[in-house]
Design a protein around this ligand. Structure first.
Ligand SMILES: Nc1ncnc2c1ncn2[C@@H]1O[C@H](COP(=O)(O)OP(=O)(O)OP(=O)(O)O)[C@@H](O)[C@H]1O
Ligand SMILES: [Mg+2]
Length: 497
C-alpha cells in the first residue's frame, strides 16, 4: 500500500477558535478511512482544507507526493480529489447531466452539446449502477438520489479520493443502504474514501481505519478491526461516558396532556394518539410515513384538514406556531437550516427569539434575563463556541442543532415534539440530550420523540407509536420493545388486536 494523501501539521485559526491544531496523518491508497470526533472537533474544516474550500493558517496537504500550501477547489479536483460537503452543491433547477458536467470541459462550453453531456453522464451513472435519467431535474430527486448525483459529478472528473461529510445524515434507511453499497463499489474500483459520520454502525461496516479528532487535535488512528464502540467513544470524548442511554428516572402519569383525534391532512395522514404527563412517546416509521407532517400539523406549521386536538382536556384550535406555544406545545424541527436557526444571527439572538415576549415587560426586553437563559443553555447543552456572540453560521453542524434545541426549550413549553433531535449530533452531546429528556420528564413535561434511530427510541421511550403510510399501525409498550416487531409495524404489517 502507498500513501495517497498526507496531512502535514495543518492548523486553522478563526477568531477565538482553533479549529485545527497541528493535524498530521496519512491516508493509504484504496482504503476507506473514517474521520470521527465530537461536534466542532474540526472534521469539516479538515476536509474543506483538502478540498481547497478554505486556506489553512499553517501546514501542507500532500496529494500523491505533491505538496500544496493552499489548494483551490479547481486545483484539488485536478489532483483527483472530490468532495461531497455537508451541504450539497447541486443546482436544483438544472438537469442531472448539467449538474454532473458542471465544472468539466463538456459543461463549461458556451454552446453545450446536450447529447454528449447526456451520453457521458449516462456512462458514469451506468458504471456506478445508478438508474437515474440524465434529463431529470435535480429538484425532483430524493435526497439519496441527489447524493448519488454528487458522487457521479466527482467520478466524471476521474476522482481518485472521494471525501464525504456526513453523507447519511439526512437519508432514509433504504437510502443509507444504497450509499454504503456505493462506498464498497467505489472502493472496489480503487477509489480512496474519506468518510465522516457520527454513526458508529456505519463506520464499523465500511471503514478500514478510523482517525479521531478532538478539539481540533489529531488523537490517533486505529484499524477498525482492532477497536470497538467503547474505545472510539472514549477517544472522541476524552473520557468514559458510561451507558449511552441514561436510566429513565420517572414513570409517566395517567393524566393525558395531549389528545390527538383523527388528525387528517397533509400527506394523507390520519392519526390518533394520547400523550401522558411525564411520558416519552417515541414515534417510529420510515421516512415519508407522515411523522413530520403529523408534528407540523399539531404545531400549526401545516394546515390540518380535519380532526381534533385536546391539550390538558381542552379542545384547541392551533393555526400557527405562536398559538401552539401559547398552548404549551413546542417543536424542535427536523430541518435546522430551513426551519430551525437564523444562521446569520448570533447564538444570543437565536436562543431566546421565541420567548422574547415573555422576557419583556411589553416595552423593554429584559436583557439580563435573556442573557441568563442563553448562558444556561450554552452550558447545559455544551454548545462549543467562544461566546454567545458567535454567528450560528460559524458553528459546526452539530452545534447548530443544539442551538435549535435550546430555542424550543427556552420557550418553557410542557409538551415538546422533537423531530430527529439527535441527527448529526455526536455521542457525547447525544447523551446530554438524553439526560435533558430525562430531566424534562421528571419535571412533568411530556415528549413526543420522532426518530429514525431505533436504538435511541428503544433506549429512551416509554412507548413507541409506529407509523406506516400516514397511519398508526401499532403502539408498543416498554416491556415489549423489540426492534423486529417495530420494523414489521413500520412496514405496514399490523398485529391482530
Ligand atoms: N467560518 C468560521 N468562523 C469561525 N469559526 C468557525 C468557522 N468555521 C468553523 N468554525 C469553528 O471551527 C470548529 C470546528 O468546526 P467544524 O465544522 O470543522 O467541526 P465538525 O467536526 O465538522 O463538527 P460537526 O460534527 O458538528 O459537523 C468549531 O468550533 C466551529 O465553530
Ligand atoms: Mg462537520
Amino acid at each position: 500500500m502507498s500513501t495517497i494523501l498526507k496531512l502535514n501539521n495543518i492548523t486553522k485559526l478563526y477568531p477565538g477558535v482553533t479549529a485545527l491544531d497541528d493535524v498530521s496523518f496519512e491516508i493509504e491508497e484504496g482504503e476507506v478511512h473514517a474521520i470521527m470526533g465530537e461536534n466542532g472537533a474540526g472534521k469539516s474544516t479538515l476536509i474543506k482544507t483538502i478540498g481547497g474550500a478554505i486556506k489553512p493558517t499553517g501546514g501542507t496537504v500532500e496529494i500523491n507526493g505533491r505538496q500544496f500550501e493552499a489548494l483551490t477547489p479547481a486545483l484539488s479536483s485536478e489532483n483527483g480529489v472530490g468532495v461531497i460537503y455537508q451541504e450539497f452543491n447541486l443546482v436544483p433547477s438544472l438537469s442531472v447531466s448539467e449538474n454532473v458536467c458542471l465544472g468539466n470541459k463538456l459543461g463549461n462550453r458556451l454552446y453545450k452539446d446536450k447529447k454528449k453531456m447526456n451520453a457521458e453522464t449516462k456512462k458514469v451513472l451506468d458504471e456506478l449502477g445508478l438508474n437515474i435519467d440524465p434529463d431529470t431535474m435535480v429538484s425532483s430527486l430524493s435526497t439519496g438520489q441527489q447524493q448519488m448525483v454528487e458522487i457521479a459529478k466527482s467520478m466524471i472528473k476521474n476522482c481518485r479520493i472521494l471525501i464525504m461529510d456526513e453523507p447519511t445524515a439526512s437519508l432514509s434507511a433504504a437510502e443509507v443502504e444504497n450509499l454504503l453499497d456505493m462506498v464498497i463499489t467505489l472502493k472496489k474500483k480503487g477509489v480512496t474514501i474519506l468518510y465522516i459520520s457520527h454513526r458508529l454502525e456505519e463506520i464499523f461496516r465500511i471503514s478500514d481505519r478510523i482517525s479521531i479528532l478532538r478539539d481540533g487535535k489529531y488523537i490517533t488512528t486505529r484499524y477498525t478491526k482492532d477497536t470497538d464502540r467503547q474505545e472510539l467513544i472514549k477517544l472522541m470524548v476524552g473520557r468514559d461516558i458510561g451507558d449511552e442511554y441514561p436510566k429513565r428516572t420517572n414513570q409517566p402519569e395517567d393524566e393525558v396532556v395531549l389528545d390527538v383525534r383523527n388528525l387528517c391532512g397533509q400527506g394523507d395522514v390520519n392519526i390518533s394518539f394520547e400523550l401522558h404527563k411525564g411520558e416519552v412517546l417515541g414515534v417510529s416509521g420510515l421516512v415519508g410515513s407522515g411523522r413530520t407532517e403529523m408534528a407540523k400539523m399539531v404545531y400549526g406549521y401545516l394546515k390540518k384538514d380535519s380532526g381534533e386536538i385536546y391539550v390538558h382536556g381542552q379542545k384547541v384550535n392551533i393555526r400557527k406556531p405562536d398559538e401552539a406555544i401559547a398552548c404549551g406545545i413546542g417543536l424542535i424541527p427536523e430541518d435546522r437550516k430551513r426551519e430551525g436557526a437564523l444562521l446569520d444571527y448570533t447564538i444570543a439572538w437565536n436562543i431566546p427569539i421565541m420567548t422574547i415576549r415573555k422576557l419583556s415587560n411589553g416595552l423593554f426586553i429584559d436583557w439580563e434575563k435573556c442573557r441568563e437563559v442563553v448562558d444556561k443553555y450554552i452550558k447545559e447543552l455544551s454548545i462549543a463556541t467562544p461566546n454567545a456572540e458567535q454567528l450560528v453560521r460559524n458553528l459546526s453542524g452539530g452545534n447548530q442543532q443544539k442551538v435549535v434545541v435550546a430555542k424550543t426549550l427556552a420557550t418553557n413549553v410542557d409538551i415538546i415534539i422533537m423531530d430527529e433531535p439527535t441527527r448529526g449530533i455526536d455521542v457525547g452531546a447525544k447523551q446530554e440530550i438524553y439526560n435533558l429528556i430525562n430531566d424534562l420528564t421528571r419535571q412533568g413535561k411530556s415528549i413526543l420523540m420522532i426518530s429514525s434511530e431505533m436504538e435511541e427510541l428503544i433506549g429512551m421511550a416509554d412507548r413507541i407509536m409506529v407509523f406506516y403510510e400516514g397511519e398508526v399501525t401499532g403502539f408498543v409498550d416498554k416491556d415489549h420493545f423489540d426492534s423486529n416487531r417495530i420494523m414489521a409495524l413500520a412496514s405496514g404489517i399490523r398485529e391482530e388486536a
